[in-house]
Ligand binder design. Structure first.
Ligand code: TEU
Ligand code: CA
Length: 544
């Protein structure tokens, strides 16, 4: 069975990728228009975040119809053209299935609101009075996770925005509807799926207050989640297709369960522990420099643990919910190019399937917006208020939003040095980062030393060297806080990957057999085994 170990996925946030009709919103024809660029980069699959009809309260993660295209993004014909044109270039499409919740604008929820019992049972409604919230759980976007509907005398659960009502997976009719949606897209020629927060679908039998946390321990990796996934995959007819589950606050044990091929659940999982090493006490809204030891330990634990358990990781730094990696873990100033390449090296040569988020391959940075009016994300707007209610000044709140906002990953793709970075001829829905005259795709595609060319090489290497796609992994120099290092091996071929996570020199004592090994890759011109790595240096040595 296909294992996707030598594949690379490119994530597209269509709203910010390429606008072809001047309305300031990226669209599906915009993706088609850029397929040659993606083909040149060498990626195998495109994961497109949701473009289904939606009130866009959460940029499309509030779906009102799972089987249609929001006219803002184009038509079904545009999608069919994209599928066909991508296929000609050997690229498959993966769609984003938001199955934990629907928009409250979805007809199912609307029928529930109108009193239809069948559809009320599609969601998690609890009878009660307005003064008695069912549990004290907190929404992931801030505030209570329940909303009261006076007309029905009921509360409904929403783990995310108030317009994102959680579906009731206990109801077999819901599960059958969702499997039908997968079959619908598979029949259209879609090659794989990403499942949004799919480890939150199985809720507890009894709803109780959480006196230790925000409620997540009651529904994360819930009691029936593995059974529901197995059923969905079988009923949706997607076993053997490429799938990735987004796992919120998950555990290694569960991710092994989700991805062990013998269990027929998912191909791989996104976990986020490594992207919380700069959250003080796990709180996204309290700033802290990245803890490199924690980062190294998490990589080692997940890479070695998934290997031991026959699981498979999705490898990534960036997505539409995360600040830009080069701004966060690298140095977007003096060592912009070196650190962007080093970060790419670190994940691409690990055991797993790499994901490139649009713009990462050209080293796009955080947006550094100066006013809250420039932000668009519901989470940022909510927390700007919440932080001030908690006693922060507006300037302090702004600094946190600047570093943590999901909009950092959502600014328009920087195609070239023309107005609005070539993203649109109109007014973009969110501002373009002002460094686009220097950081853009047109400036990089033909430059052999660019971040783009380096990413292109990383993608190609995975296909040329079995040791990258199939090799074993072990982490080295585990006590050195500056050096992320691992060894890959497959038969006689071996790789040593060394990454300096810092802006200063990092001494390294190479074992004898590596001292005159060949250099497979490096982000400095005269790469060679040495006594120290230069700032943000990445060095990949190989032995055959
Ligand atoms: O994100 C899930 C999620 O919980 C986080 O990424 C979240 O944005 C962050 O932890 C808040 O601090 C997925 C989607 O990727 C995201 O865009 C959606 O908003 C969310 O689900 C709801 O569908
Ligand atoms: Ca458009």
């Amino acid at each position: 069975m296909a294992n996707f170990h030598d594949k690379v996925v490119y994530q597209i946030y269509p709203k910010s990728f390429c606008d072809t009709n001047g309305d300031g919103l990226g669209d599906l024809p915009g993706v088609t228009a850029r397929l040659d660029y993606l083909k040149d980069l060498g990626v195998d699959y495109l994961w497109l975040t949701p473009f289904f009809p939606s009130p866009q309260r959460d940029n499309g993660y509030d779906v009102a119809d799972y089987r249609a295209i929001d006219p803002r993004f184009g038509t079904m014909e545009d999608l069919e053209t994209l599928i066909r044109e991508a296929d000609k270039r050997g690229i498959g499409l993966m769609l984003d299935m938001v199955f934990n919740h629907t928009s409250t604008a979805h007809p199912w929820f609307q029928k529930a609101l109108a009193g239809d019992r069948k559809y009320q049972d599609y969601y998690i409604f609890k009878d009660g009075s307005p003064d008695k919230i069912p549990t004290n759980w907190v929404s992931k976007f801030g505030g209570p996770a329940w909303e009261y509907l006076p007309a029905l005398g009921k509360w409904y659960l929403h783990l995310f925005d108030v317009t994102q009502a959680d579906l009731n997976w206990e109801n077999p009719e819901v599960r059958a509807e969702l499997a039908g949606i997968l079959r619908f897209w598979k029949d259209k020629g879609i090659k794989g799926f990403r499942f949004d927060v799919v480890n939150l679908i199985s809720k507890p039998e009894v709803y109780e207050d959480d006196h230790q946390g925000d409620g997540r321990r009651f529904y994360t990796d819930g009691r029936n989640v593995h059974r529901y996934l197995q059923e969905l995959v079988a009923a949706g007819g997607i076993d053997g297709m490429i799938t990735v589950g987004e796992m919120s606050s998950t555990s290694l044990e569960n991710c092994i369960g989700y991805t062990d091929p013998d269990r027929h659940e998912l191909t791989m999982t996104f976990s986020f522990h490594h992207l919380k090493v700069d959250y003080r006490n796990g709180d996204k809204w309290t700033l802290m420099p990245a803890d490199h030891m924690a980062l190294k330990n998490l990589f080692a634990q997940w890479q070695e643990g998934m290997q031991a358990g026959h699981g498979w990781n999705a490898l990534f730094w960036c997505n539409h919910d995360q600040p830009r990696a080069v701004s966060r873990f690298g140095d977007e100033g003096r060592y912009w190019k070196e650190s962007a390449k080093m970060l790419g090296t670190a994940t691409h040569l690990m055991r797993g399937t790499p994901y490139i988020f649009q713009g990462e391959e050209i080293g796009m940075t955080n947006c550094h917006f100066r006013s809250i009016d420039q932000y668009r994300d519901v989470e940022s707007l909510n927390y700007y208020q919440i932080l001030q209610q908690q006693g922060k000044s507006s300037a302090e709140a702004m600094e946190i939003i600047q570093q943590r906002s999901r909009d950092n990953g959502r600014t328009p793709m920087q195609w070239d040095g023309t107005t609005h970075a070539g993203f649109t001829t109109g007014t973009p829905w969110i501002g373009v980062v002002d460094n686009y005259p220097a950081i853009n795709a047109a400036a990089q595609v033909d430059d052999p030393d660019s971040v783009y060319s380096y990413y292109k090489k990383l993608v190609a290497l995975r296909k040329q060297h079995r040791v990258i796609s199939e090799g074993q992994i072990e982490f080295l120099y585990k006590d050195d806080p500056d050096l992320l290092a691992y060894r890959r091996w497959d038969g006689d071929s071996q790789l040593l990957v060394l990454c300096n996570l810092t802006g200063h020199e990092a001494p390294v004592q190479l074992p004898a057999q590596w001292q005159d090994a060949g250099v497979l890759l490096g982000n400095y011109p005269d790469a060679a085994p040495a006594a120290a790595l230069r700032p943000y240096e990445a060095l990949v040595l190989s032995l055959d």
